[in-house]
Write a new protein. Structure first.
Length: 457
């Protein structure tokens, strides 16, 4: 059959409150034109993020009821630990309440001020946690990633020549670890090939550097390897995942993505010293090492969800349905990062709104207009999220790309919802020349996109 259906039945529903264009105009103005500041009840289709916004399965809800809430050494923790060790293969598993907590513990443990942490591309919280300890997060995406419209199969790869050059120039002692994000979120949700993972690990071993994987969307990355990389077509997703992590020394994980849960994460490592120091930090701010800021019910949901994310039928549906959105808006002329990512479609806002300069934030203009048009909440991934102030001149610097991400929550929306999104984007594209820029009127020092306030120019 050519028609792809959702590999599940809907067992519970949540009503959507419909709003009028007049209401939305008032609401977005009251939110200072930042969609993060909108109440969720005023959003019709929420594509802000796929993090923790998915629907859990009947099996996960059964696990919630089985959750052991003992403070120390609960059965739920051991089921969680066994699942992580089975799939990821690392010796030490430290649960955290979400991925950024794992990042904070890792970088506080291994990084010093003035050091450099290279990656194919750091996402926002990773970058902020590295910067917070005084280290320098550096992105080294492969050259193919710069051609946004080029459908290269593995645009998430690390630029290995640039990595070697950075290590040589800055010195091995100034690089505490190398990070590899799978899939590459800020680069358009693009996958990393097994060949690139293997080659990155080989270079790290040559310089005696640990390799850690940001594993948020590891199952989606495994599916892309199965579909696109020679030699993996007949390999089960769980075995591809195990091979991916066999090349690394540890990982951070937000289980709110491919853990299929609403909360949770972990730090895993083969280094006993990192694990020991990490547990000490965990106790200080997260909780005892066998719950790490999570309830037993949450540990159960993650333990089950990690396996559900690796089910082939589920991943096939997920990747195909995301591509459905990308294909339909691209056919209408909307410029997107090609090919569509696993968890999201990324609109090239700079090409969508060429009349808006980078530092007038075309991504903000587009997210505001999508909300006005149809109550859709997307997110800017451009010069608000990744721009910075030059330390020498004090001038604002633009990001490499001006993107708007449409992140698809797992097992939440049907095809008719996505058709509605397609129609809205095409409508806005038809009057794109009328869109104007924005300026920041208030912002915090870190992760400004979450709470910055804007006004139209």
């Amino acid at each position: 059959m050519r028609t792809i259906i959702e590999p599940f039945r809907i067992k519970a529903i949540e009503p959507i409150r419909m709003t009028s264009p007049q209401e939305r105009e008032r609401l977005i103005r009251e939110a200072s034109y930042n969609v993060f500041l909108l109440p969720a009840r005023d959003v019709l289709i929420d594509l802000l993020t796929d993090s923790g916004t998915g629907a859990m399965s009947a099996e996960q809800w059964a696990g919630v009821m089985r959750g052991d809430e003992s403070y120390a050494g609960s059965d739920s923790y051991y089921r969680f630990e066994n699942a992580v060790k089975d799939i990821f293969g690392f010796s030490h598993v430290i649960p955290t309440h979400q991925g950024r907590a794992a990042e904070r513990i890792l970088f506080s443990t291994v990084c010093k001020a003035g050091q450099t942490v290279p990656s194919n591309s750091h996402f926002d919280t990773t970058r902020a946690n590295i910067a917070y300890v005084g280290a320098d997060p550096v992105d080294l995406p492969c050259p193919e990633s710069k051609a946004l419209a080029d459908p290269h199969p593995f645009k998430g790869d690390m630029d290995l020549q640039a990595l070697e050059r950075l290590i040589e120039e800055r010195g091995r002692d100034n690089v505490p670890l190398v990070m590899l994000t799978v899939t590459n979120n800020s680069g358009g949700g693009q996958p990393v090939s097994m060949g690139n993972i293997r080659a990155t690990a080989k270079m790290c071993r040559r310089y005696d550097l640990p390799l850690y994987i940001d594993a948020c969307r590891f199952a989606e990355n495994a599916y892309f390897i199965k579909q696109r990389e020679q030699g993996y077509a007949d390999t089960d997703l769980i075995d591809i995942a195990r091979e991916m992590f066999s090349h690394a020394d540890g990982c951070t994980m937000s289980a709110k993505k491919d853990g299929m849960a609403n909360i949770g994460g972990f730090l895993a490592s083969n280094d006993p010293q990192v694990a020991s120091e990490g547990r000490n930090l965990l106790i200080l701010t997260e909780g005892f090492p066998t719950y790490g800021g999570l309830a037993g019910r949450d540990l159960e949901a993650v333990a089950i969800g990690l396996y559900e994310a690796l089910e082939h039928d589920y991943q096939h549906y997920r990747i195909i349905s995301t591509a459905y959105l990308g294909r339909h808006i691209a056919e209408a002329g909307v410029p997107i990062v090609q090919p569509p990512g696993g968890h999201a479609v990324y609109i090239d806002a700079a090409s969508f709104c060429p009349q808006i300069a980078a530092l007038e934030f075309p991504g903000i203009a587009l997210t505001v207009e999508l909300y006005r048009e149809a109550g859709i909440r997307a997110v800017e991934i451009g010069s608000v999220m990744f721009g910075h102030v030059d330390a020498g001149t004090g001038e604002e610097r633009a990001a490499a790309n001006e993107l708007v991400r449409l992140a698809i929550p797992r097992r939440v929306y049907t095809q008719s919802h996505i058709d509605y999104v397609v129609e809205a984007i095409v409508n806005v594209f038809g009057r794109r020349e009328s869109l104007g820029g924005y300026r920041i009127v208030e912002q915090p020092p870190f992760l400004r996109h979450f709470s910055a306030r804007f006004e139209p120019l």
